[in-house]
Write a protein of this length. Structure first.
Lengths: 318, 318
């Protein structure tokens, strides 16, 4: 069995064109050409942590993939990353035989999530993007912005986070990468001046309300990966002209959409899957004044696509 | 990350006393001291195969474990084992960090299943066991009998399988290990002369009926690991004096018990968990004339217990 670690994975990534691969994954998913069972979840209380198991396959493909990603948020007290236990396992779809393991420490999950955000911006963000707004100062708050660099020429970023210190750190680090970053004192201030907003926090209390969001705004919400988390007041979904889910099935249980559905403010028929838009069977943004929302919960097909590409590149390089 | 293969795993196994470890696992499970989410399942049609993901942890323990086991039944046409893609992954329960992988090719799943069968025989089989009956001629049909050698002095075995050739092979191989094996022409012939019966087939059509089973018999049914499989006519459960499940929760979906419940012939309150008996909070067999049934669907806590013991032994030896 081939085992590749994070260093090798990071070496091959720049050579891969992930956007079309992940797009193909979303298209296959929405067209019913995949088998993706419900997300497996393991929750820990002492210390708090959660582990997600996402798995599945594209029919007729060579591989099936099982992805394990964990978040143990008190690891920072020990000087450790919260996502220690991430790996992607590849198996032969015809015999079940294990082919290899990418011990990615959740890095590939972060990359494929950021790529999905870039794809959403490509089909949903207004043109031009005047300013990119970011709620959160963590890994995704950085990577989502970094992966927008090929989608938009905008380099203006407004960021809000609970910790003043982490906001300053975000500003310093992203500025070094060529972004012009301003910090904001409230989430509403971000929404007031940005027309492409990324929410990347683990909050359980909504940060943005319907009043905050002005016409012509796109929001990609990707922080709510577990049931109970929520970044947007459901009124925003009601106000939106277009609600896009990576997976309608998963959004019944997690993400932002579930809160809109259970509150009765939106209806499942109002939701379009990203893969359906990418397959040109539904429209993305059709007018500059529209409010569009993309709710990303993370689908195994993203893991399948990135795992295959990285594994084959690692094997060639090994 | 430590990776240990099947050869190393087989080297350390003889030094491990698995029965008390697996018993402790069942006790912890039935006492509510574990977190074991529903089994993850991935099904393939072309070629046919299934993958089971079992995972969880014992509260306060060092590890959590994710176990992957696959069955691709046309592999034999390629000269390959059906269970190519088995592995057990161990992680640190406090940080989520991966600790190691046992690439066991499903061998440890077979071992922990056989150990569970031996535990069932210990608390449920009549004394003395006059003859051991086996339906099936595969890996479990062998291992279940082998692991009985410390539980009973009986060395008489009657076996039935669909293939005459595989029955002869079973007879030859098990005889070489000191068992006195007779072949039978029908499942009912096994039941007529054996008071400890193991069913280890992937059948979807019941092999034994209530009329076949005589008083003073214990049956351990372990072939029905997926919904749809069924080895015993539900009337056997109705006739039984004691129905034992490894997991009542899992037996609502798979195994023999689900068929008894859905047919209305038995009630969930009639079922006792193995761990409850091992913990002496319920009785096992209380009279020689009783018919007892153990329905084993395989619980993640068995994987957790065997994975920890094998991993630590491999690490010491490495």
């Amino acid at each position: 069995m081939h085992v590749f670690g994070l260093e090798q994975i990071k070496q091959v990534l720049p050579g891969l064109d992930l956007v079309p691969l992940i797009k193909d994954g979303f298209k296959a998913y929405s067209a019913g050409r995949t088998v993706v069972p419900p997300v497996g979840e393991l929750v820990f209380n002492d210390p708090p942590g959660d582990v997600h198991i996402k798995y599945g396959y594209i029919k007729g493909d060579d591989y099936f993939v099982i992805k394990i990603a964990s978040g143990f948020y008190e690891n920072s007290d020990l000087g450790l990353s919260s996502s220690q236990g991430g790996m992607m396992l590849l198996f032969d779809q015809r015999t079940g035989r294990e082919k290899g393991v990418l011990v990615d420490e959740c890095y590939l999950t972060n990359v494929r999530t950021a790529v999905a955000g870039a794809i959403c911006a490509e089909v949903l963000a207004p043109d031009p993007v005047e300013c990119i707004g970011v709620l959160g100062t963590g890994v995704q708050a950085r990577m989502q912005v970094s992966y927008l660099s090929t989608i938009t020429r905008c380099r203006q970023v407004k960021v809000w986070g609970r910790s003043e210190q982490k906001m300053r750190q975000y500003q310093d680090e992203m500025s070094a990468d060529g972004w012009q970053v301003e910090t904001c004192s409230a989430p509403g201030d971000v929404a007031a001046s940005c027309n492409l907003i990324i929410t990347a926090t683990p909050t359980k209390t909504p940060l943005l309300t319907a009043d905050h969001v002005k016409p012509g705004t796109h929001i990609t919400a990707m922080g709510s990966d577990s049931p109970g988390k929520q970044e947007l007041e459901p009124g925003i979904l009601e106000k939106a002209d277009l609600i896009v889910a990576d997976s309608i099935l998963q959004c019944r249980e997690r993400g932002e959409i579930v809160h809109g559905l259970t509150s009765g403010l939106i209806n499942e028929k109002d939701i379009i899957e990203l893969g359906t838009i990418l397959d040109e069977k539904a429209s993305g943004r059709t007018a500059e004044s529209q409010i569009t929302i993309a709710d990303l919960t993370g689908v195994a097909v993203q893991d399948i696509q990135i795992a295959k590409a990285v594994f084959e590149a690692c094997r060639k390089g090994a």
